[in-house]
Design a binder for this molecule. Structure first.
Ligand code: SF4
Length: 533
């Protein structure tokens, strides 16, 4: 039997695509290899959010080629969508499939395997030219495997790309991403290092693409327009996860708060809502009368009403989508984790305008203050970017002051990276690298201080947490050795609190259990404590 291996790079959305690719291969009878070195087909599911992400993908291609010269290397994902010829020119690459054709990737690969002269052993097959694939696909594959599959006339061959002539035999499947409305979704699981079996907290992508045009961001051009997983499919996936025993599900997307804008209201369940939901959940379960479009709040209410999921966690939502309704829902339901991740990017009005972000600093501040007032112990996190072109000392200082003054509990700090084709990349006033690095360091240190101050407020208090993985004595990292006390050598269980803090619980506990813990201390980067009644 042929084997495959999917290696993912980048964000949770890419990992969700990778999980969907694995599903595609399994459905077509391929089995998953445990390492790229053992696979007949290695799929590199790439990211292109920074220049470093592109470099990582190129390094992975070289590594796989070195470790497994017989493997067919298929490159897909955001980098493949953005620069297919650049990738096709790299030694060892067999096939490039952009996000536009990712939903057909396993189909394309297995078709090529089936049409090989030497049979289905991937180690022996040669990829067929693109034109031949189309002919075979239309006559054979379509009827044999999936009646919905049709060869797309917009699939371009290398000859249609002004690329290196040496790649003429390497098919490239890339077309206009904005013409595509498919959404791949399969849950991604948190696998705690060292324990492949402790799969917890599945992450379900329910939305892809973005209709915004932030001037630094390459995502819309590689992921296309915003599109939503219809609610019935979301409910099927969540119920399947609940039935498999998962106690917390994270819903995510590229621009999650836009979920539903491309759907019509008739995709909402018409009836059958459970009655054990809160007043807020009940109030927000139907689409707004003026638009008749389902909203993100409708999605959350439907998940609460139509499933028995114990805990729903909402990943990143843009500031303007944190409506009063959403805040009220999250605050009022014990089944929604008290956690708000809200991209900030900059605290300077001028920088936000140059970034083409849709909110102003005072809008952002107002949202955070409302969330904190509604949920005094919630985790509140943000993405912040430093070194955007033209960012002056005063503009950076506005960001620093804003972060200092708002009740953030954690932050992700990024340094601006020019992405080809974005408006910001053509700006001439790029910030020197050493200045951007210094600013990044300042914000990271500030983030650490605020995070630890928040963590210390829970010493002596009780928190709910889900267990992730048990660890034996002595497996703690030596990082922060000054705090490495004999007690920390005791067996412990890693857990994550409802409000998104790492917790080390004394003793062994089975993964995937919601427990109540008494917090005792802060050690390195985690709370420590013991279970309590
Ligand atoms: S909201 Fe802006 S930064 Fe986020 S994916 Fe869309 S365009 Fe990119």
């Amino acid at each position: 039997m042929s084997t495959y291996y999917v290696e993912n790079f980048g964000c949770r959305a890419t990992q969700a695509d990778g999980a969907a690719l694995e599903r595609q291969f399994e459905q077509r009878g391929l089995s998953r290899a445990t390492t790229p070195a053992q696979a007949s087909v290695v799929v590199l599911n790439t990211c292109t959010v920074t220049a470093a992400a592109d470099q990582d993908a190129r390094a992975a291609i070289r590594r796989v080629r070195r470790e497994n010269p017989e493997a067919q290397i298929v490159v897909t994902g955001c980098y493949a969508q953005r620069a297919p010829n650049e990738i096709a020119a790299l030694s060892g690459v067999s096939l490039v499939v952009g996000n536009s054709h990712k939903h057909q990737l396993a189909e394309i690969v297995t078709t090529q395997m089936r049409t090989s002269d030497v049979g289905p052993q991937a180690s022996d097959f040669a990829f067929v030219p693109l034109a031949m694939l189309g002919a075979i696909a239309s006559s054979a594959v379509q009827s044999e495997t999936d009646s919905r599959w049709t060869p797309k006339p917009d699939v371009r061959s290398p000859a249609q790309h002004p690329g290196p002539t040496t790649n003429d035999q390497r098919p490239i499947y890339v077309s206009d991403i904005f013409a595509h409305t498919e959404l791949q979704a399969a849950p991604v699981f948190d696998v705690t290092a060292g324990n492949e079996h402790a799969r917890t907290r599945p992450n379900l992508k329910v939305q892809d693409g973005c209709d915004n045009r932030c001037s630094f961001c390459v995502i819309p051009s590689v992921r296309g327009q915003s599109r939503s997983l219809p609610i019935d499919q979301v409910l099927v996936e969540v119920n399947a996860l609940v039935n498999s025993g998962y106690r917390e599900v994270v819903i995510s997307g590229i621009n999650l708060g836009r979920w539903g804008r491309d759907l019509s209201a008739d995709r909402l369940p018409a009836s059958g809502f459970r009655t054990n939901i809160t007043g807020s959940e009940n109030a927000f379960r139907q689409p707004k009368a003026e638009t008749r479009k389902p909203t993100f709040e409708n999605l959350i209410c439907a998940i609460l009403a139509e499933t028995t999921l114990e805990k729903l966690r909402i990943s990143s939502v843009e500031p303007m989508d944190w409506t009063d309704e959403l805040i009220s829902l999250v605050a009022s339901s014990p089944r929604i984790a008290k956690h708000a991740h809200i991209p900030l990017q900059s605290g300077s009005d001028a920088v936000l305008r140059r970034m083409h972000r849709k909110y102003r600093p005072w809008h952002y501040r107002e949202k955070i203050e409302k969330i904190r007032a509604a949920m005094p112990t919630a985790a509140i996190g943000a993405d912040v970017m430093v070194g955007f072109p033209g960012e002056t000392t005063a503009e950076f200082e506005a960001t620093r002051r804003m972060i200092e003054s708002l009740p953030f509990t954690y932050r992700h700090v990024f340094t601006y990276s020019a992405r080809p084709g974005t408006p910001a990349a053509s700006l001439t006033n790029q910030v020197p690298v050493h200045i951007a690095r210094d600013r990044n360091k300042i914000l990271r240190e500030l983030a650490e201080e605020k995070k630890h101050a928040f963590m210390r407020t829970f010493i002596g208090k009780k928190l709910e947490a889900i267990t992730l993985n048990s660890c034996g004595a002595g497996t703690l990292s030596r990082e922060g050795a000054t705090k490495f006390t004999p007690r920390s050598m005791e067996p412990f269980t890693e857990a994550l609190t409802d409000n998104y803090q790492k917790l080390r619980l004394r003793g062994h506990h089975a993964p995937n259990q919601w427990l109540r813990a008494q917090v005792e201390d802060v050690l390195n980067d985690a709370l420590t404590g013991a279970t309590t009644g």
